[in-house]
Design a protein around this ligand. Structure first.
Ligand SMILES: Cc1ncc(C[n+]2csc(CCOP(=O)(O)OP(=O)(O)O)c2C)c(N)n1
Ligand SMILES: [Mg+2]
Length: 395
């Protein structure tokens, strides 16, 4: 049996030493300035033209989808939406640095990563309108997307659940000798959940090739980061768990791409997790149920609008001679039209039969669910005008 020595890494001191917050300096990688200029050419990632242009297109698509769906919620067409405005670089550029065979487990504000993977506009719509074409059969709130073919695990509402799941999934990838990693997205607020700590520790101890990607956007609904934790962000926690850690400017697509590319390579080469803390800002409201004017100033928002990742990246693409302004404007117009057309189509598709509420979970529907279903059917029969067959006809 091997002799253990848990003092092996312990240095003895003869003074009372206080280890303070800030002792470990965790800098933030930034490759592009807010003006879209590369600080140091030697650190810029190599990106071919088509991929570089697609990153912009997907960021723009995400922003258009967000604008349109917030409006659709305001018109009463969907019940809920959650925009990622201001965080498009964090999600799109990180997904762009992955391979298709890598698994993605996300929180809920990562529609950019899903769009990068090729989730189609009509798929977004069918999910949000809970219609018959939604693979989740309308059992989830809007924005709880998932797609097996694209390697994107279905989103779940309770915060942090995907973090230990991602550690486990990556462990499976390692056991199966797959040359692939798991990408796990979450917010800095979710990092307060016990699942974050369990997930990171498990991944570090078991050696799981997982990238923990924290979007530190400054808020968990109305709670600012300074009221959530006293430590140096989320990055400092990675070090505590023995997880290799990178802090990156989350509004800089080139830095996010470079950091994720490096993290992926490290995770695969060392069969160890890597934590990325992307410093960004939630320019949007938390969700359509939230009004940020009650807890933050316009001035603060304006400061972050100056750091708009889409604008920063557009300037860089232009400096490369890779920006065709006319075609970009045309493409954006087409995206707006496509989103609107897909929305109109999806809201006309029938919603799922109520029986779907109780199927797929138990082999035989238990009596208490059957009783509730029968009660619901009687109720619907009594008030048919309140329960139209398509969500587009809900008043
Ligand atoms: C276990 C659990 N607690 C509370 C909530 C309610 N809730 C939903 S989102 C959210 C804030 C999460 O903030 P963060 O992780 O920073 O993500 P962001 O919304 O900023 O992208 C909270 C508290 C929840 N969904 N699950
Ligand atoms: Mg947050």
């Amino acid at each position: 049996m091997k002799d253990r020595n848990h003092l092996a890494r312990v240095r003895v001191t003869h003074k009372v030493n206080i280890i303070e917050n800030g002792l470990v300096d965790i800098p933030m990688l930034q490759i592009l300035s807010a003006e879209g200029v590369v600080h140091d050419d030697s650190t810029a990632p190599v990106l071919e033209k088509e991929k570089a242009q697609r990153i912009l297109e997907v960021m723009q698509f995400t922003r258009i989808l967000d604008e349109r769906m917030v409006a659709a919620q305001r018109q009463g067409r969907i019940s809920f939406y959650l925009a990622s405005t201001g965080e498009e670089a964090a999600t799109v550029a990180s997904a762009a640095a992955l391979f298709d065979k890598d698994m993605i487990m996300s929180q809920y504000r990562e529609q950019g990563a899903l769009a990068w993977r090729g989730y189609r506009t009509e798929q977004f719509m069918n999910q949000m309108f809970s219609n018959k074409l939604d693979p989740n059969k309308g059992r989830q709130m809007p924005i709880h997307y998932g797609d097996k073919a694209l390697g994107f695990m279905t989103i779940s509402s309770p915060l942090g659940t995907q973090i230990p799941q991602a550690a486990g999934f990556a462990y499976g990838q390692k056991m199966a000798n797959e040359s692939a990693v798991t990408m796990c997205y979450f917010g800095e607020g979710a990092a307060s959940e016990g699942d974050f700590h369990a997930g990171l520790n498990m991944a570090a101890v078991l050696g799981c090739p997982v990238i923990f990607f924290c979007r530190n956007n400054g808020y968990a609904i109305s709670t600012p980061a300074e009221e959530q934790f006293a430590g140096d962000g989320i990055a400092s926690r990675g070090i505590g768990y023995g997880v290799k850690t990178i802090r990156v400017d989350g509004n800089d697509p080139l830095a996010v791409y470079a950091a994720t590319q490096k993290a992926r390579q490290l995770a695969l080469d060392t069969l160890q997790p890597v934590l990325i803390e992307a410093m960004t800002y939630r320019l949007a409201a938390h969700s359509t149920s939230d009004d940020p004017s009650g807890y933050r100033s316009k001035k603060e928002e304006e400061t972050w609008q100056q750091r708009d990742p889409v604008l920063r990246y557009t300037r860089w693409l232009d400096s490369q001679g890779w920006l065709d302004k006319d075609s970009i404007e045309k493409k954006q117009q087409t995206m707006r039209e496509d989103v609107l057309a897909a929305l109109k189509t999806a809201e006309k598709v029938e919603i799922n039969p109520v029986d779907d509420l109780v199927t797929d979970v138990f082999d035989h529907v238990p009596w208490h669910l059957k009783e509730q279903l029968d009660g619901l059917k009687r109720h619907i029969k009594q008030y048919p005008q309140m329960y139209p067959k398509t969500s587009g006809s809900v008043k």
